[in-house]
Design a protein around this ligand. Structure first.
Ligand code: FES
Ligand code: FES
Length: 215
């Protein structure tokens, strides 16, 4: 067939046929054709070393694995919740080197060498973290689905205030010290959605954990 007889449909058809032959291994003499999809997938795995709640782990992960999936599916730490998986609800919040992060938006490979703390590592049943104790004392949850993310986020948020990082609610960004005001808490926690709307109690719990009284 001369070039002038090549049609778009013909080219597409040839491409589909070649793909099918490659999948069945019929094109064995083609470079790389003998490698099965599984083998190539395995060779694409990347070694990731992370410390989670004080324990060191080495994981062989698909480079596309999110930190959230690594925690839940590979390490069995299912207290960190998957809500939207799109960075919109905050249910998956964990601390990475002390900074709050949406674990669904972070690739596990990007956390290589880092220290992760999840809600399981903040406190224990016997000794709750002060933020966990304040959430219990103030009844700051209903279904509890968002609670692990809320608590991790609140811990990270108080540390941001302590380090003097301003928010959109900060009136004087040049001030030496920053106040843990209710307006600051509401603004800084706005990335953590609670579908039960336990917000007033969440704010009260955070104020208490920050050493304030809610009256
Ligand atoms: S699951 Fe990560 S922000 Fe919603
Ligand atoms: S307590 Fe139910 S979503 Fe927040």
């Amino acid at each position: 067939m001369s070039d002038s007889h090549l049609t778009r449909r013909g080219i597409l058809g040839t491409g589909v046929a070649l793909t099918a032959l490659r999948r069945t291994g019929a094109l064995a003499d083609e470079p790389g054709a003998a490698e099965s999809p599984r083998a190539s997938q395995e060779s694409a795995m990347i070694d990731v070393a992370i410390t989670v709640n004080g324990a060191q782990h080495r994981l062989g992960l698909d480079p596309r694995t999110s930190l959230l999936d690594a925690l839940r599916n590979h390490l069995g730490l299912t207290a960190t919740k998957k809500g939207c998986d799109h960075g919109q609800c905050g249910a998956c919040t964990v601390l990475v080197d002390g900074v709050r992060r949406n674990s669904c938006l972070n690739l596990a490979v990007a956390c290589d060498g880092r220290e992760i703390v999840t809600i399981e590592g903040l406190g224990s049943e016997q000794t709750l973290h002060p933020m966990q104790a304040a959430f219990v004392a103030h009844d700051a949850f209903q279904c509890g689905y968002c609670t692990p993310g809320q608590i991790c986020s609140a811990v990270g948020m108080l540390s941001e205030i302590e380090r003097g990082l301003p928010s959109a609610a900060t009136a004087d960004i040049a001030a030496d010290t920053m106040q843990v005001a209710e307006s600051e808490i509401r603004e800084r926690m706005s990335g953590n959605i609670c579908r039960c709307a336990a917000y007033p109690n969440i704010v009260a719990a955070i104020l208490e954990a920050a050493g304030k009284t809610t009256g």
